[in-house]
Design a protein. Structure first.
Length: 256
């Protein structure tokens, strides 16, 4: 059986509820051997780490402050990361910029993002980036941080080949591809056709963005092979090649 890694899934989300362990079991039965949980803020952090530490070698964690959780108290929220570094997170994430609901917090988001990029470089960790409707500010921050040795991935990538190419000017970057690739009117297949397979990671962003034919329902890591199959179709390669290459990409980036 092909083996996979889900590089972005929120098992601590309420939508999973008490059956999150059954969801993990279904994923492993589908060949998804490892799953990485991104951090959002201090509210669910203890729960997230407890879940991952109950399944060593299967569940892993990131540590960071999600842009949607940033406000004027962002420095205080970042200080709450400190006790958790000893739990050995595999990345700083998910961090970034999100102006989807407005740019009222843009100034604080950029400050928090820049500081977390510095922390990642200092700790020699990759970053997991959340970016929505803030592309130009995102690249401005990267330009300001060009001196830092950055590496990571742009999670839930839905951009263009041009955006991917531009990103490569700022370090060692991959993109996370999930269920959006399977949506009927998605333009993502055009970019995926050109992005090298060795720059692609698989993710679900579960419980959100379930792939076809599960769109609109709770997403699960067990659906990851559906995304791999779509990539294989677009690139004209076997699903085994997609699984092997993307798994190796994740193992290398996150040092799993």
């Amino acid at each position: 059986m092909a083996r996979y890694i889900d590089t972005h899934v929120h098992f601590y989300d309420e939508w999973y509820g008490e059956d999150w362990q059954e969801s993990v079991a279904r994923a492993r039965a589908a060949g998804v051997e490892k799953m990485i949980q991104p951090d959002v803020d201090s509210k669910d952090r203890e729960k997230m780490f407890a879940m991952s530490e109950s399944m060593p070698g299967v569940l892993y964690t990131m540590l960071g402050l999600y842009p949607g959780s940033v406000d004027e108290n962002w420095e205080e929220e970042l200080s709450r990361l400190e006790p958790w570094w000893s739990h050995r997170p595999v990345a700083v994430g998910e961090i970034g910029l999100d102006y989807h609901y407005g740019a009222e917090t843009a100034r604080w988001q950029k400050l928090a993002f820049r500081e977390q990029l510095r922390i990642a470089a200092e700790r020699d960790l990759p970053v997991n980036i959340h970016l929505r409707e803030a592309t130009e500010d995102f690249f401005r921050v990267l330009e300001e941080c060009r001196h830092l040795p950055l590496r990571g991935n742009l999670h839930a990538f839905s951009g263009s080949w041009e955006t991917f190419s531009r990103l490569q000017q700022y370090g060692d970057w991959s993109v996370g591809i999930g269920g959006v690739l399977t949506f009927k009117n998605s333009r993502l297949p055009e970019a995926v056709a050109r992005i090298p397979l060795d720059r692609i990671l698989l993710e679900t962003d579960g419980p959100y963005l379930a792939p076809v034919p599960h769109r609109g329902h709770r997403n699960e890591s067990a659906y990851l092979p559906l995304v791999a199959a779509k990539i294989a179709e677009i690139k004209g390669v076997s699903i085994e090649e997609v699984a092997e290459t993307t798994t190796n990409n994740a193992l290398k980036l996150f040092a799993l």
